[in-house]
Design a protein around this ligand. Structure first.
Ligand SMILES: [Zn+2]
Length: 692
């Protein structure tokens, strides 16, 4: 917790009424958002809010010794209300019935006012308004009894609740899919340490709901923070905001989930933020949007309303779901462009139009958002196919086998079942997309390789693809022209990464022994009592593995072959130079009772190569390589080794020409570039500026 925030909070508890702590910051106790449009004045005027700040109902009631405590187990979930769609849509008649949802997030015993929990610290300082808003205490019994504060644009404490609930839900969905605790990327190295030292554990991501007075929101890798902006709505706003009213980006489910997904992805794959090919720039954006979109679709209450509008034609449901995807992204302005390849609202007529599927668009498109949109649309098409397959029997039953709907409204029971199936399909797609991250190469990812990762991760966990989810993905990506360069035919079998048995080189028995030794480290992570312990255990595993591999490469007869197998280049007569970038332990269960205990190891290597191959003495550039090793700890054996060696001349040639074009287009400064370790650049701020 920041010193200033902590101090301000202490003062809030000590004094009743507004005051001015050090630094000229005004503490506002449940007060008005400056300039906010108050849609629910009676709530805002403070009855609910004043209760939170008075000790008898606040912290004392919750923390006082309770004789009954200990006899009941804590609940599994905490329920918190929030906006389902953008607040402005909540006021339109048509969408009013679906304006609210209740988020179910894991119950945390030690949740503090803020909210502050194990993963997140909401700090509500508003530098532009020079004030600090009193933190909400979600353990206040009055709030516990009514699923938190009611949605209100004018109540800053509700903003804190909303931003916390959505970010926490996103973390929960990630953890469920990955089968392990989420960790943020390490903080800057301690003073005096090497710039690449990554021993600094960051427990909490800071979340600032009112950080900026501008139409922007971003994840700051340097500050380990999510910063949300707010701004006055303009009269010509496409998102139907009331002119003069405030738009708060922290109240948009999709923006909060998108930013949290950036932070989670950064914690998992730090190197995926570096621009080494056109897909890498687009991937971070597309992935963050996929998470936001499919998480949004897991709420059946929102889908119910949309599906109920189906009339006559079953196919129109696809359009209605596409429309909903665009609507979710509507407040996000230009960022909604990530959904344009699904379809969009015509600015002239206001009608929604499906975007035609074009197999050559991907090849033609370089702009990161537009390219990312193609990936989002491909995953969305896979979702529609999965949904259609799940509901086909229901529709056959309902239509007496004809498949033709009678005119008029659908039966409410059918609407409920369809919405439920759509929610489940969205949950599966979200899981598949997140799980795939463990099967991606550590550097220089392409969309085609991401598809291979989705397929392989799914084959591993659900060997029977009874409902053809994988076929749905392959087909959707094929139609959008997204596939790996090196594959001639596209099938699930072809796309799955090769196992060592199917490859030219196999790991030696000695390398397999090293993998077996990793079980001990996996246990440490499995039984760790805190996320910090997991972080420390992972570091120990990385250091040990590095030592063992280095010795093995040099001393063992099979060392050179094993280095080749692992995608690590050795130089004659020199110490092997590589990094064990990650060693994550994961435990996952599939639908058919399959349980996997895996260790995901990322090995990376960095070399400098001439920028111009014809000028070996001239300017050089960084070229990265390595591999992701998915080790099965039950057998134990290497299940897959996904390689990107630095010795690949086709890859270095591609990267050279990409960087040359990139520099020419002047994009280097705008997008990621390859930030130096420890630099405080804000790649996402630039990427998102003016896009909300
Ligand atoms: Zn983004």
């Amino acid at each position: 917790m920041g010193i200033r925030a902590r101090e301000a909070r202490r003062k809030v508890r000590a004094v009743d009424g507004p005051e001015r702590p050090a630094g000229g910051i005004v503490v506002i106790r449940g007060g008005e958002m400056s300039g906010a449009r108050l849609s629910n004045a009676s709530v805002w005027e403070g009855r609910t809010l004043r209760r939170q700040s008075s000790p008898p109902h606040g912290s004392t009631a919750v923390t006082s010794p309770n004789p009954a405590r200990g006899t009941h187990s804590p609940p599994a979930y905490r329920q918190l209300r929030g906006y389902a769609l953008d607040p402005s849509l909540a006021q339109q008649l048509e969408t009013a019935p679906i304006s609210q949802v209740t988020f179910r997030i894991p119950w945390e015993e030690g949740l503090e006012p803020g909210p502050v929990d194990e993963y997140l610290e909401v700090v509500d300082v508003d530098p532009a308004g020079k004030c600090f808003y009193e933190p909400v205490d979600l353990n206040d019994p009055h709030l516990l009894a009514q699923d938190g504060l009611p949605p209100s644009e004018g109540t800053p404490q509700f903003h804190q609740q909303m931003v916390y609930a959505v970010a926490r839900l996103t973390i929960h969905n990630f953890e469920r899919a990955l089968g392990r605790k989420a960790l943020w990327s390490p903080g800057p190295p301690p003073p005096g340490k090497h710039p690449r030292d990554d021993s600094h554990f960051v427990r909490r991501l800071r979340v600032y709901p009112h950080a900026l007075r501008e139409p922007n929101a971003y994840f700051s890798p340097a500050r380990k923070a999510l910063l949300f902006g707010y701004f006055p709505a303009s009269a010509s706003d496409p998102a139907d905001h009331v002119p003069g009213g405030m738009v708060f980006t922290c109240l948009s489910h999709d923006i909060v989930a998108h930013e949290t997904a950036h932070a989670l992805l950064d914690g998992l794959h730090r190197r995926l933020g570096e621009a080494t090919n056109p897909d890498m720039l687009a991937f971070h954006e597309a992935f963050a949007d996929i998470v936001a979109l499919f998480q949004h679709f897991t709420f059946p209450e929102i889908l119910r309303h949309q599906i109920a509008r189906t009339r006559g034609d079953i196919d129109s449901q696809e359009n209605l779901l596409g429309q909903l995807a665009s609507q979710f992204g509507r407040t996000t302005g230009a960022r909604g462009a990530l959904r344009d390849a699904i379809g969009r609202f015509d600015p002239e007529t206001g009608a929604w139009e499906r975007h035609p599927v074009d197999a050559y668009e991907y090849e033609r498109t370089d702009e990161p958002h537009a390219r990312g949109a193609i990936l989002v649309a491909a995953v969305f098409n896979a979702f529609l196919s999965i949904y259609n397959a799940r509901v086909s029997d229901l529709l056959r039953l309902y239509t007496g086998g004809t498949g033709v709907l009678e005119p008029g409204s659908l039966h409410p029971d059918l609407v409920n079942r369809l919405a439920e199936e759509a929610g489940k399909a969205a949950g599966h797609v979200l899981n598949m997309c997140v799980r795939a991250l463990d099967y991606c190469p550590p550097v220089d990812l392409s969309f085609g390789e991401y598809l291979r990762a989705v397929i392989t991760a799914d084959v591993d966990l659900a060997p029977d693809d009874e409902r053809n989810y994988r076929v749905a993905f392959v087909e959707a990506f094929r139609r959008r022209g997204i596939y790996p360069r090196d594959l001639r035919t596209l099938s699930v079998e072809n796309l799955r990464w090769r196992t060592p048995e199917e490859e030219e080189h196999q790991p030696s028995p000695a390398l397999n022994r090293i993998i077996r030794l990793l079980r001990r480290h996996a246990h440490r992570q499995l039984y760790a009592r805190s996320r910090q312990e997991i972080f420390e255990a992972e570091r120990v595993a990385r250091i040990r593995l590095h030592q063992q591999l280095r010795r093995h490469f040099v001393e063992d007869a099979a060392g050179a072959d094993d280095a080749l197998f692992l995608g690590i280049a050795l130089e004659e007569g020199r110490e092997p130079r590589f990094e064990v970038h990650a060693a994550h332990f994961a435990t996952r269960s599939g639908p058919g009772g399959v349980t996997r205990l895996q260790l995901i190891v990322q090995l990376t290597q960095e070399v400098r190569i001439p920028r111009d191959p014809d000028d070996p003495e001239g300017e050089t550039m960084v070229f990265q390589g390595g591999s992701t090793v998915v080790a099965d700890l039950i057998e134990p054996r290497i299940a897959y080794c996904i390689r990107k060696p630095v010795t690949s001349s086709t890859r270095s040639a591609r990267q050279r020409s990409f960087l040359a074009g990139f520099a020419e287009a002047g994009l280097r400064a705008t997008y990621f570039g390859a930030p130096e370790p420890g630099s405080a650049r804000e790649p996402f701020a630039l990427l998102h500026r003016g896009t909300v």
